[in-house]
Design a protein around this ligand. Structure first.
Ligand code: X8Z
Ligand code: ZN
Length: 614
């Protein structure tokens, strides 16, 4: 047992006794033993409680991570069962700890203990009611949905079989309306069988959330932002309104370009865009249609995908380049085990979950990524995203277990992306990827590419959880799952289903994070935050000139600033972490809006006389 240094003999004795008796009983049975409740209201008892919870959770989380890693990398009925079993133990213990933590409500406690108790109550994404059958069902459904997404395939009439990676490649490159439709329809078929299980999962986890004192699962998720859940929802609305004019301008311009490409009958000028024409299965990043919308007189003059492919860069090469960036700003190189244990390429002989992810298996230095890398611009960025997770995980590994997380979940998502904002032409030239740096006349093209990725993403970053929050609250009932999904996508993204949909479909399940139960608002926040981070780091470096040309490559000062924030983990409210890095206490979309201001001016010019909005 790990002993903290400043305990009295009494505390240690208490800890051992409780560990061996009361707490094990609580964990094993979910029963809150009556005779611990009175003594459980002292500071000493609270400390013993959180210490032992951390110790037990560490064991369970590591075991469950290993099982999940194997299931993700080798999907079979057996690995699914093993992963679900391990997750069930985590769920059972976490539910018991969350209930145990509530016994200290109202007790005046030192900040660190109080925060840990709060985090214990929020630790489960999918809470389950505290009985064995329900816990088993929740974890089994959750794992099976994730696996089904990973195994998802469809075939076209001529018998060609497509995985998501195959279909995504076609969607990135084809400009044939019907081919794109085939890919879109095929992949969305894969989600249909998920509907019933998803309905059941929502019902059971809601019951679990209520047992823990939350109105529903959505409310539990929204409670993890160091402010009341209702206020957080308002923050999100505020940020969306800050960026909406920028999105609307991009949307209108892209719609006009697509109407030219596909014909007015296919893309109505002034209306919503068919969701399959934007170069991406979910229309969440439009980077791949850059050639269709490139500003005529503003091309940066290089195409990173082409360069990487012409140079025959391997998947590992891209990861090495990413690692080198982090090392250049002062991070230690990744451990040798990262290179032997990670998955970089889609295996041909087994089923895997290809959706990119980053892991810290042991909360120390067993860092890995799992990603079916395609050698292109988009995945080059995603590699930086994933490595950002790994370097964050390592930066806070000195924190107590319950503080080993990012300031809020958006910070974890933002870190690597903020670094990737520094993959400027100047940096690419230093790498030897391009020979000349485009002058200012290329800026419009650079900004357009970036906007197709980041600005286009914003409403999708909202939609997924706007839908799930309403599903969990009951505002959306199972018989309107699909229609409400499309109402939200129409409202926020201004895209529409390319063919008629019915309630037999379950289109939300065609997105990994719905099938895999990963909250999504984090990516919306991340898109706002990463520009705040970038702006602050550019300031820190004394960067003059346009912000989109700033790169922190090789800048140790910027690295130090990042590290200090990352090392805080989740030990303090996220507002303090944000302030440590940026001097700002609020999420603020002015950073992303200012970054794209020159492009916005140009888009407004182009959109003159056209309808903006949908
Ligand atoms: O899921 C991811 C990462 C892993 S956390 C690859 N992202 C979201 C997505 O793919 O939908 C990054 C951008 C948004
Ligand atoms: Zn991520």
């Amino acid at each position: 047992m790990k002993l903290a240094d400043s305990h009295s003999y009494f505390e240690e004795a208490m800890r051992s006794r409780l560990l061996l008796t009361g707490l094990i009983l609580i964990i094993a049975t979910g029963v809150d033993a009556q005779n611990t409740s009175r003594s459980g209201r002292t500071v000493a008892e609270a400390k013993v409680f959180v210490d032992s919870a951390e110790q037990r959770l560490r064991e369970l989380w590591v075991r469950s991570s290993r099982a999940s890693w194997v299931q993700n990398n080798f999907i079979t009925d057996d690995t699914e069962a093993l992963a679900a079993d391990a997750q069930k133990d985590v769920t059972a213990a976490s539910v018991a700890f969350a209930k145990g933590a509530a016994r200290f409500d109202g007790v005046k406690l030192p900040y660190e203990i109080e925060r840990k108790l709060k985090l214990l109550k929020l630790s489960l994404t999918l809470p389950a009611p505290s009985n064995d059958n329900d816990q088993q069902e929740v974890t089994q459904i959750a794992v099976s949905l994730e696996s089904d997404y990973g195994k998802g395939k469809f075939s076209t009439q001529n018998g060609t079989v497509y995985t998501l990676n195959d279909a995504s490649r076609v969607m990135a490159t084809s400009r044939n309306y019907d081919t794109l439709l085939l890919m879109w329809k095929g992949w969305h078929e894969v989600a249909r069988p998920m509907r019933e299980r998803y309905t059941r999962l929502a019902k059971l986890t809601n019951k679990g959330a209520k047992e823990l004192g939350f109105a529903d699962v959505g409310s539990l998720w929204r409670s993890n932002y160091d402010m009341p859940p209702g206020e957080f929802a308002k923050e999100i609305d505020r940020l969306w309104l800050q960026v909406k004019p920028l999105y609307d301008a991009l949307h209108a311009y892209v719609r006009t370009a697509l109407a030219k490409e596909y014909g007015k009958g296919k893309v109505e000028r002034g209306g919503r865009i068919p969701a399959h024409l934007l170069g991406n299965m979910w229309a969440q990043s439009w980077l791949n249609i850059y050639p269709l919308v490139a500003p005529p007189s503003g091309d940066p003059g290089y195409d990173l995908t082409k360069i990487l492919q012409e140079r025959k860069a391997t998947e590992e090469d891209l990861v090495h380049i990413g690692e080198r960036f982090f090392v250049s700003i002062g991070f230690d190189p990744l451990p040798a085990s990262f290179w032997t244990r990670s998955l970089f390429r889609k295996p041909q002989d087994r089923e895997v979950i290809c959706h990119a992810s980053a892991w810290s298996i042991d909360f120390h230095d067993d860092l890995r990524i799992k990603m079916c890398i395609e050698v292109n611009d988009e995945d080059f960025q995603t590699i930086h995203h994933e490595l950002g997770h790994n370097f964050y995980q390592r930066a806070y590994n000195g924190q107590p277990l319950l503080f080993q997380g990012s300031a809020n979940d958006g910070f974890h998502e933002a870190l690597g992306d903020a670094v990737a904002l520094s993959l400027s032409p100047e940096y690419l030239q230093q790498l030897g990827m391009i020979s000349t740096v485009p002058d200012a006349s290329g800026d419009l093209g650079l900004l357009m590419k970036m906007a197709l990725d980041k600005v286009a993403f914003l409403p999708f970053g909202l939609v997924v959880d706007q839908w799930r929050w309403k599903v969990f609250s009951g505002e959306i009932s199972p018989n309107e799952y699909n229609s409400s999904w499309w109402s939200l996508r129409e409202k926020y993204q201004g895209v529409q289903a390319p063919v008629e949909r019915t309630e037999k479909d379950f289109d939300p399940g065609a997105k990994f994070h719905v099938a895999g139960s990963v909250p999504y608002t984090r990516y919306f926040i991340s898109t706002i935050l990463q520009f705040q981070f970038h702006r602050a780091l550019a300031r820190e470096m004394g960067h003059t000139g346009p912000i989109h040309r700033a790169s922190i490559y090789n800048n140790k000062r910027a690295g130090e600033k990042l590290k200090a924030m990352m090392a805080m983990g989740q030990s303090r409210p996220w507002q303090e972490a944000l302030e440590a890095l940026t001097g700002e206490k609020q999420m603020d979309a002015s950073a992303i809006v200012d970054y794209f201001a020159p492009l916005k001016r140009w888009l407004d010019e182009q959109n003159k006389g056209q309808k903006v909005g949908y």
